[in-house]
Ligand binder design. Sequence first.
Ligand SMILES: C[S@@+](CC[C@H](N)C(=O)[O-])C[C@H]1O[C@@H](n2cnc3c(N)ncnc32)[C@H](O)[C@@H]1O
Length: 695
Amino acid sequence: MAATKDAAGPLPVRRLSKDELVNTHKTHLEKQDNSPNAPRPVKQPIMSEAYPASTKSIRDLEIIPLSELRAETHHRGKGIIVKAASPPFVGAGAVSIVEDEFGNADKLAIYNQADSSILSGVPEGCVVAVKEPYYKNNGSEDDFMICVDHPSDVILLRFTDPIIPEPLRLGPLLKTAEDWKNAADRAFIEKDFPTAVFCYTEALEASEDETFKAPIHTKRAGVNLILGRYDSAKADAMASRNGGPQDWKAYFNAGRAAYGLCDYAESNKLLTTALELNPTNASIQKEHARCQARLREEETGDYDFPAMLASVTPHSVHLDRGSFLRNTRVADSAHHGRGLFATRDIKAGELVFAEKATLMPNQYEPARASAALYALMVRQLCENPSLSGPVLELYGGEYERTGAEGTIVDGVPVVDVFLVEGIRTKNCFSAPRSTLEDTRPSLPEGRQAKGLWVHASYLNHACVPNTLRSFVGDMLISRATRDIKEGEEIFQQYVPVKSLIDVRNKQFKEGWGFECGCALCAGERRSPDAKLAKRKELLDAVEKLCSKKLPGRELIPDAKIRSVDRLAKQLEDAHEHDIYDSLPRLTLIYPCNWLAAAHWGRKNHGKVVKYSMKVLRNFGFKVPDESETWDPREIYTSSGNATLMTVHVVAALRRLAVAYTALGHKEMADRSIEAAEFGYMLVTGFKNDLTTLDK
Ligand SMILES: C[S@@+](CC[C@H](N)C(=O)[O-])C[C@H]1O[C@@H](n2cnc3c(N)ncnc32)[C@H](O)[C@@H]1O
């Protein structure tokens, strides 16, 4: 863990007075962008500044005055209780001027609160407790602020909480439970849902009358459903039961909440009860049928992928589908910690699993995608604690846990934003809106969302993996690239691998903290350094000569083709037979692809066959001598365990088909196309027309 600043720093020489703070704050408020759709920036944690979230109750901390806060210090064992003396300035966080019971004032910046929480902009007059506050200098001599990064380090205190010191007490703002209910109803009509939840909560706290409380639970369940706070919605719905004829509503709402949590088995149970109580209700029937469909998908893995793709639009990338996971299970891995293992034999091409994202924001802007996922993870852990368990169990890198993360303290789950960021960086995937679309050459590159798929997060990496992942909206599809035996570990590539072993392992070390030990990496490490250096030198020479591009329609001069051919031969000679006999030769893929494309432009079909077959060979596939009759469809099942499948394999097979046709080898041409279609299914996740590759 990074150094925390627990040692006491100095008391500031000068602090700004309340008037000075409030006046400056007012000028900021005047400039605040209040448009409802203005995107809120996210303050993503800097791991070198990491410090753990407080795990103590505010009632176990020593409450200190603001005047005792020391610069650059985490005040362990201490807490402050303050009242907001200004409206909040809402940017990456919410900044308020606050005062304590002694009239000391200071600036409080609260980050990482969900928009649906009232703490995302503490209203003036509210009282909050900050646990183990971090007091931070903002640059100039007298500019300090209390900086709350962990959402659970700040607690909104109820007006009647006895912990509030006398001078900060207002007493209840409204007199009766009925007043609070009416205020909540008004907030609901104005679509101010966080305030509605707050006021319904006060109404519930202010009343002992169960007949008054039951419908308020129903209303708060409804608001929580709107806010996506499914755990609370479910608890409210269940609390609204009173044994009367309206209880079907409670089960219906609880069922919808469980559906929102993707807990379809639980949802089914609740909706079935709702249906028993009200068998003719069309809304329950509809939700029940929807839930049954999810359970079928979970059981069978039977998906209509084209329909799913058709439903993905720029505004709707979250698919209403269940996850099919039963072909795989999590178990200890010989490579690292836990991994995913096959629970039965899986044939090349079969669905290994399909998983709906646990969390994936609809944010495809490269500059915003990571921050959006981080913010969503924090929000969900705060709002739906039932999701915390599976997310917090994921590998979080080197960040040291306290063990209290996710436990409920002072009524809220402890959420440590640095752990969340650690989990995010080690487990998130980039996802195009659809992999099929992504294979279109005309599509601009780089528009990918970032998401978290909890089951897929257990996959370890191999450069020569046995599965390939693809996406349709927020659904991750994993297909077997070769036959997998029951009990075998499932691997995937974390990122497309670089051809030079040093370069790719540097990437794994820096990004994920490991050195790959897959068959390819282990084999390549047997090559002496001089051979590795020679291959790098030759690849550099080819890339320089060809400017890293593949030939298009232009006619490439003979002399250039001869030069590339010569370098390719030297590269081939720089691979030891005993090591590379059944391993991919990644540095040779680009030159061979280039030569196939160059000969393609010259309609030199024999050479196209030769170099396309070399491309397949260099991806690790077993191919015969180019003059033999063979069946390209067999490459997926007869090539051993060190192959690498990409869209370039599909392109090579297509090129092969055209060349075979031109040479009059119709049968091999047809088989090549079938093999290309199969490969394209692996790449895109389901059967698709190869012509997408031309669009
Ligand atoms: C997404 S997690 C994979 C699941 C992880 N093994 C676990 O126990 O939760 C990613 C982490 O797994 C480890 N890992 C993945 N592939 C590996 C490999 N081939 N060899 C060693 N460690 C690997 C790395 O520490 C990486 O940061």
